[in-house]
Write a protein that binds this ligand. Structure first.
Ligand code: ZN
Length: 144
């Protein structure tokens, strides 16, 4: 399986069977984001512990496969991490898609690497970062 096929497989898998999908009644904060140019929307729910860990995360949404799959992958990566770690991961993910050069990717980046190809399609960058931006916004709001 080449990289393009792997990318397609992972994106379709997450779009069809999104992980951590649904509402989180015990959420401490949630943020809704949308990307009108493509018609994507997501709501990201976070349960943040007093010591600033993401104890739980879920999302709901609708839209293109990239927006939903990228949000699904994001929830898997940040669950159990500290807020600072999640924000750092968010920065690397953004840079991977939009910086002039792809930054060194940290260990454990895993399937997120597959989204690097989105760089070639600037309009889709907004799709891929929608859920990530909502997650970041939620952490910043929780900090007050
Ligand atoms: Zn989209």
């Amino acid at each position: 399986m080449n990289l393009d096929e792997l990318y397609q497989t992972v994106i379709l898998d997450h779009a069809q069977r999104p992980r951590n999908y649904g509402e989180l009644p015990q959420a401490t904060v949630f943020v809704q984001g949308d990307n009108p140019t493509c018609g994507d929307e997501v709501t990201v729910y976070l349960k943040i512990s007093p010591d600033q860990k993401i104890e739980d995360i879920k999302f709901k949404g609708a839209g293109c496969a990239i927006s939903q799959a990228s949000t699904s992958l994001m929830t898997l990566k940040v669950k159990g991490k500290t807020c600072a770690e999640a924000l750092a991961l968010n920065d690397v993910f953004h840079d991977m898609l939009a910086a002039p050069e792809v930054p060194p990717l940290p260990p454990g980046f895993g399937d997120l690497k597959l989204l690097e190809g989105v760089r070639k399609f600037p309009q889709r960058v907004k799709c891929a970062t929608l859920g990530w931006n909502a997650m970041k916004q939620a952490i910043l709001e929780a900090r007050g």
